[in-house]
Design a protein around this ligand. Structure first.
Ligand code: ZN
Length: 294
C-alpha cells in the first residue's frame, strides 16, 4: 500500500514537472517551428502543435481576398503616431520594426496602441484576386487586449523615401533586434495619403492564428521602386499565408456589418435586369421608329 502511494506521488511529480516543462517550452516558443515551406508550411500549421489548432479549425482566418463588392470606408480613422527610434529585427519569419510607447489609432471608438510593423512578400491579402509585391502590417493592441492590424499594399512605382530609413537597415539574416543609433521612423509617413479602407474581422496570419483581430486594409496602395521591392525580396520572397475562406463573414461600413453577399461574387441585383430590359426595349424602339421614319 505504501509502495502504491509512493508510485502515485512519484507519478504526480513527474507529470507536474513535465507539464511545467512543456509550459516553459511553449512560452519560449521554441518547440513548434513553423515556416512557409514543406511540412512546416501553412497547410500544416494546424497540426504542428495543439496551440496552433485554430490555424486549421478557425472559421474567421486571415488573410482573405477582398472582393469587388467590399465597401470602402471613408478615411475616418484617427492616427496619432509619434516618431520612434528604429529598432529592427529579422526574426526568421519577417522583418519587424518595434514601436515605442505613445502611438495609437482610434477605430470604431476604441483606442489601439501601435506595437510594431512588419512585411510580407508577396502580399497576404489579395484585391479581386490580385497580389501586390509587398504588404506591410501595422499591429495594434487595445488596453483590454484586443488586436487591430492595418494592412498596406505596396505596389511597384516611384521610390518611397519614407520607407528608406527602414530599408537602409533591413537585416539580411535572422538575429537579435538592433536599435540603430540616430535613426528614427514615423509610421504616419508609411501610410497612404488617402486612408480610406476595407474593414473585416479575422486573425493573425501566422501561428497561433488567433481570431478576434480587427482588420483594416487600406484601399490605396503605397508605391516603392523596383530596387526597393527587390531589396526586401532578397531577404523574404514568400512569407505570405494563402488567402482563407470568407465563410460567414462580411465587411463593415461605418462600423456596421454589411448585408451584402457573404461569400463569392455579388449576384446581379434584380434592378440590374430591369435596367437591361429597359435599355434593350428603348434601343429596339428607337430602331423601329427610325425604320418607320425612313
Ligand atoms: Zn503580418
Amino acid at each position: 500500500m505504501r509502495w502504491a502511494i509512493r508510485m502515485l506521488l512519484a507519478g504526480m511529480l513527474l507529470w507536474g514537472g513535465g507539464l511545467a516543462f512543456s509550459q516553459i517550452v511553449a512560452a519560449e516558443g521554441g518547440a513548434e517551428e513553423w515556416g512557409y515551406d514543406g511540412e512546416q508550411g501553412p497547410a500544416y500549421w494546424g497540426q504542428l502543435s495543439p496551440d496552433y489548432a485554430t490555424c486549421a479549425t478557425g472559421r474567421e482566418q486571415s488573410p482573405i481576398d477582398i472582393p469587388a463588392w467590399a465597401p470602402v470606408n471613408q478615411p475616418d480613422l484617427q492616427f496619432v503616431y509619434q516618431s520612434t527610434p528604429l529598432t529592427i529585427v529579422n526574426n526568421g519569419h519577417t522583418v519587424k520594426v518595434a514601436y515605442g510607447e505613445g502611438s495609437f489609432m482610434t477605430l470604431e471608438g476604441k483606442q489601439y496602441k501601435l506595437l510594431q510593423f512588419h512585411f510580407h512578400a508577396p502580399s497576404e491579402h489579395t484585391w479581386q484576386g490580385q497580389y501586390f509585391p509587398i504588404e506591410a502590417h501595422f499591429v495594434h493592441q487595445s488596453d483590454d487586449g484586443e488586436y487591430a492590424v492595418v494592412g498596406v499594399f505596396i505596389r511597384e512605382g516611384a521610390e518611397n523615401t519614407a520607407y528608406q530609413s527602414v530599408w537602409d537597415h533591413l537585416p539580411p539574416n535572422p538575429g537579435d533586434p538592433q536599435t540603430i543609433e540616430g535613426v528614427s521612423v514615423n509610421a504616419m509617413e508609411l501610410l497612404p495619403a488617402d486612408t480610406s479602407y476595407y474593414r473585416y474581422d479575422g486573425s493573425f496570419t501566422t501561428p497561433p492564428c488567433t481570431e478576434g483581430v480587427k482588420w483594416v486594409v487600406m484601399a490605396t496602395p503605397v508605391e516603392m521602386s523596383t530596387e526597393q521591392i527587390a531589396a526586401f525580396q532578397a531577404i523574404y520572397d514568400h512569407n505570405n499565408r494563402p488567402v482563407q475562406p470568407l465563410n460567414a463573414r462580411t465587411f463593415y461600413l461605418g462600423g456596421a456589418p454589411q448585408t451584402l453577399p457573404q461569400t463569392g461574387r455579388a449576384p446581379a441585383p434584380a434592378g440590374w435586369w430591369l435596367v437591361s430590359i429597359g435599355v434593350f426595349l428603348l434601343g429596339a424602339g428607337l430602331i423601329i421608329r427610325r425604320r418607320a421614319l425612313v
